[in-house]
Design a protein around this ligand. Sequence first.
Ligand SMILES: Cc1cc2nc3c(=O)[nH]c(=O)nc-3n(C[C@H](O)[C@H](O)[C@H](O)COP(=O)(O)O)c2cc1C
Length: 402
Amino acid sequence: MLRDKTIVLGVTGGIAVYKAADLVSKLKKQNANVEVIMTEGAANFVTPLTFQSLSHNLVHMDMFKELKNYDIEHISLAQKADVILIAPATANTIGKIANGIADNLLTTVVMASKAKIIFAPAMNTAMYQNPIVKENMDKLKNLGYEFIQPQTGLLACGDYGEGKMAEPADIVEYVISSFVKKDLIGRRIVITAGPTIEPLDPVRYMTNFSSGKTGYSIAKEAADRGAEVILISGNTPLIPPKGIEVVNVKTTREMLDAVGEYFDTCHVLIKSAAPLDYRPKTVSPIKIKKKPGEQDELTIDYIRNPDIAAYFGKRKKEQIIVGFAAETNNLSEYATEKMKKKNFDFIVANDVTQEGAGFKTETNIVTIIDKDGNSNDYPLMHKKDVAKIILDKVSNILKNRS
Ligand SMILES: Cc1cc2nc3c(=O)[nH]c(=O)nc-3n(C[C@H](O)[C@H](O)[C@H](O)COP(=O)(O)O)c2cc1C
């Protein structure tokens, strides 16, 4: 995800320096070029050798050392940085940068760079809540510098509170999302995901094999691209992406009601959930028991659930509706028919019998068919990439309309 990107990582003198080693390793796994600048304070906690070994680059520290070639380090680092990430960021370094002080290599590089600057603060709660530190952070935020919110938890000093550096995995996610184009700012997108369930009795329910992975991937990508996302989620153990609104539902009727709450004010509805078409006609108030000896068969009567897609297809005004079709045969024909019947703008179809496509996998093989008759077949790809192509198409439709 970070191929061809140079992340200049400023490491300052806080106890969370040990986490910065993991951060470098995680950034390298995303194929980033990582150039580490350590402050003298940081070098008191961990030696440059650690970062040198993990980043596969020499560590930068001394601004005034004798030059080996005519390459002024603070200027070249400032220019080659796609992002300057300062993690952990001490109160001291935040304060210096907020006040225009450039007295070491890191603060000088920050001052000389036009790259995006991201801080991951880490400090004792009293320091973090100190009005001077807060004022410095507010000043920087107003100037466009970004901050990754520290966590609340047990701090290295033994105190419990706010100020623990965000986890390296979350910092990497933040950096990745900072490179994603923000073409969905100001758009409200409702996404349904996962299976619904329908109870039979107090201990049993029916459902289907939907994992929710596609819907959750679309929610993450849409949020990264700046959309306001409402994820209406059926029964799945997946962890929703940060910064979005999540509405958990169980049954198909609950999903219908939840979409109804948001539909009139949304720009886009993406229907990637797999709601059950039928539910048991009656739900037994007590556990259904085996009848001793006599009964080999159990017959359950079912009743149709509302068709969520068709309902909102009829109700739609300006909204874009994206539907999905998981088929086992006659893919294009059935998907086109479904798209027209339910008034979708386009449909994402996949043949669940193909290897690598379908519910439980991390990947899918999709065909996208739109109401203008365009049809595109895509190769096997990760569901995250499927999310990208779906949102690219949504974004193009929105752009052409405005
Ligand atoms: C053991 C120890 C732990 C420290 N932890 C932090 C910390 O987590 N956050 C912080 O802002 N300062 C911390 N400090 C204070 C900084 O090291 C000090 O303010 C220093 O001047 C920071 O310099 P730098 O910003 O140039 O790295 C700590 C100091 C010591 C001795």
